[in-house]
Unconditional design. Structure first.
Length: 255
């Protein structure tokens, strides 16, 4: 009996140390896992997956150790520990994996769109796809997103989708036949970036890089102004044509 009591005491010491270990791991988990990564690129996505995998492996190792201690608790009639912090890590790993799968899916879709040449951009189709993203996959009110809706990485994803939703109608406007070189020059001044709109390689990516969502009003003004200028030019040309076709007769003035 004394030997059993001594062993039970040793197990309790191990339980205390393991509880501290789990607490420290939970804090490290929360500080290092990619809940709040707001930038996005193929490299960042890969790094996030690697971090999730790293903590998945470490969580599994701690879960195995916890199970071993639970078995000893049962054997020595000690109250079974629940290790809620480990369960929280397990649940959040599932949420993090789901969130980064979603981020990866949307980012891959956007990257695929970006290579579309200027004259091939189907803005109406892309806007419908964006609408589907906002109402389904990226909807923060959707039940499937309830566990990730407060993660900053998910909020940043929604911001990128919203920005694309703003950009696409502006791109549609910029395809106006009334847009002349001088109007593109105005857009360059507003955005502070060079726009090679006559280049055969000009594509959606070039337009996305302009951050047009920041200049919605300015783009509207430029396109509206281009249309008004075109109407005035048409009227002036008509007037000029009338004058060119007119035959003027001059008579000698007699007093």
């Amino acid at each position: 009996m004394p030997l059993q009591t001594k062993e039970a005491s040793n197990i309790k010491d191990r339980l205390i140390k393991f509880e501290i270990k789990v607490g420290e791991f939970r804090l490290e988990f929360q500080n290092n896992c990619p809940y709040n990564v707001q930038e996005c690129s193929a490299e960042i996505i890969q790094q996030s997956y690697e971090k999730i995998h790293e903590y998945y492996v470490r969580t599994c190792e701690l879960e195995n150790e916890a199970q071993e201690l639970n078995n000893l608790e049962i054997l020595f009639d000690i109250q079974k520990s629940s290790y809620k912090q480990l369960k929280d890590c397990r649940n959040e790993l599932v949420s993090l994996k789901y969130m980064w799968d979603l981020i990866s899916l949307v980012e891959f879709q956007f990257e695929n769109w970006k290579s579309t040449l200027w004259d091939k951009i189907d803005t109406e189709n892309l806007m419908q796809l964006i609408k589907d993203m906002q109402t389904k996959q990226c909807n923060p009110t959707s039940a499937i997103n309830k566990d990730i809706k407060n993660f900053r990485a998910f909020t940043a994803l929604n911001d990128r989708v919203k920005n694309m939703n703003t950009i696409l109608p502006l791109i549609n406007q910029l395809r106006s036949p009334f847009m002349m070189d001088r109007h593109w020059k105005k857009l360059e001044i507003i955005t502070g970036k060079t726009i090679e709109h006559k280049s055969p390689a000009f594509c959606l990516e070039n337009l996305v890089e302009l951050d047009l969502f920041k200049f919605s009003e300015e783009v509207n003004e430029i396109v509206d102004g281009a249309a008004k200028e075109a109407k005035i030019e048409i009227k002036l040309n008509n007037i000029q044509k009338v004058w060119e076709e007119s035959v003027l007769e001059f008579k000698e003035y007699k007093e």
